[in-house]
Design a protein around this ligand. Structure first.
Ligand code: HEM
Length: 152
């Protein structure tokens, strides 16, 4: 169960990143060329937020199953001294929750805008902020914060 969840959560990061990059790319193009906000633009907005929400659910389930997290909360006083444990116990979840809220708010605000240019601008700003935070909070093999492989 734990291994499957880690695998899914690890692989899903690529979907989260690709969908965000694609949504940002489309909104940048749309904004700078002042084109119409199409049905496709709207489904890209919708699916990007949905993919982030699926990753959130996977993350929450993984959080409840992970031996790393169990160890962290059982031995909080000593465990918080280890940055790797602190990263997965608190920092990762906090930054990822914040970024998924940012995607959700941006997506909902874009939906409510009446002018097409405003829709593109809203997606561009909110999704870019979320992407930057997600990129920082992923435990890349090269990250100075915590390290996990590219693929499980
Ligand atoms: C966009 C959102 C997120 C992304 C891209 C993401 C990405 C990742 C990646 C790449 C790993 C390393 C997986 C591996 O070991 O190979 C990881 C680990 C982990 N993530 Fe996330 N995550 C996200 C959100 C969350 C959330 C919201 C939670 C909790 C509610 C969470 C909980 C965890 C936990 C507990 C681990 C470590 C599991 C362990 O080593 O036992 N993640 N995450």
């Amino acid at each position: 169960m734990y291994q499957t969840l880690t695998f899914l959560h690890s692989i899903f990061r690529w979907l989260v990143l690709l969908s965000l990059l694609y949504a940002i790319f489309r909104s940048y193009k749309g904004y700078s060329s002042s084109r119409k906000f199409s049905k496709t633009d709207d489904s890209v907005r919708h699916w990007t937020a949905t993919i982030a929400h699926i990753q959130l659910v996977l993350g929450i389930i993984l959080y409840s199953q992970s031996p790393v997290i169990k160890y962290f909360w059982k031995n909080f006083t000593t465990a918080k001294e280890s940055f790797d444990l602190l990263f997965f116990g608190l920092i990762h979840i906090f930054l990822m929750l914040f970024s998924i809220v940012t995607i959700t708010v941006g997506s909902a605000m874009a939906k409510r805008k009446t002018m097409d240019k405003e829709k593109f601008k809203t997606i561009l700003i909110w999704f870019t902020v979320a992407l930057i935070i997600i990129f920082i909070a992923i435990p890349w093999p090269f990250s100075p914060l915590a390290n996990r492989p590219y693929f499980r």
